[in-house]
Design a protein around this ligand. Structure first.
Ligand SMILES: [Zn+2]
Length: 191
């Protein structure tokens, strides 16, 4: 951690990786975008580079993040979508200007309306969330099995039986907990 701030958990799905910038929501929450600069760093990881971010824009980002979390959680358990969260997602989606650009190599890039417009980057994230929650993409919303996490994640596994938002953190922790519990039950059996 070169910066002294919590590392990012970089998943392959933009919207749920964004909600993952606050982790351990049901335990001791870890804020992974604690400063405007860390939001800039995170956006750059996802090809949404902006050159500045104000505290107000960071607040806007966190409001969107919590709204996506609330709506995705409701969708995962097939509950009614919370109206306030839907409103925020729609506002952010509508108030940004970003264009999808096809590179000569056949890849998609995002071109934001202006390099200082965090709002443009947020609109891309909001649109990503909408496509997932609307069920347009191949995958299924689910909640992480870790009791201190319960993050909504997008399961794109073939069998749709993924249990954790992140194998390297929540998945590993659960495995270790089970291993330790077994060792307590059978002392001496695991070295
Ligand atoms: Zn998790």
């Amino acid at each position: 951690m070169r910066t002294g701030f919590p590392d990012f958990r970089l998943g392959s799905v933009l919207a749920t990786s964004f909600t993952g910038t606050l982790s351990e929501r049901r335990g001791n929450p870890v804020e992974r975008i604690p400063t405007p600069q860390r939001l800039i760093d995170w956006l750059a990881e996802y090809g949404l580079a902006v050159d500045s971010c104000t505290t107000a824009q960071l607040e806007l980002a966190r409001e969107l993040r919590e709204s996506i979390h609330a709506a995705a959680t409701a969708a995962a358990i097939q509950d009614a979508l919370p109206a306030a969260a839907v409103q925020v997602i729609n506002d952010r989606s509508a108030q940004g200007r970003a264009a999808a650009i096809l590179t000569p190599e056949g890849e998609r890039q995002w071109r934001l309306g202006s390099a200082s417009r965090v709002e443009d980057a947020l609109s891309v994230i909001a649109a990503d969330a909408i496509s997932i929650i609307a069920g347009e993409r191949d995958g299924k919303l689910a909640l992480c099995a870790s009791p201190t996490c319960r993050a909504a994640f997008f399961d794109t596994s073939q069998s749709r039986t993924r249990r954790w938002c992140d194998m390297n953190t929540c998945g590993n922790r659960q495995k270790k907990a089970r291993f330790n519990a077994n060792r307590r039950k059978n002392p001496g059996s695991a070295g």
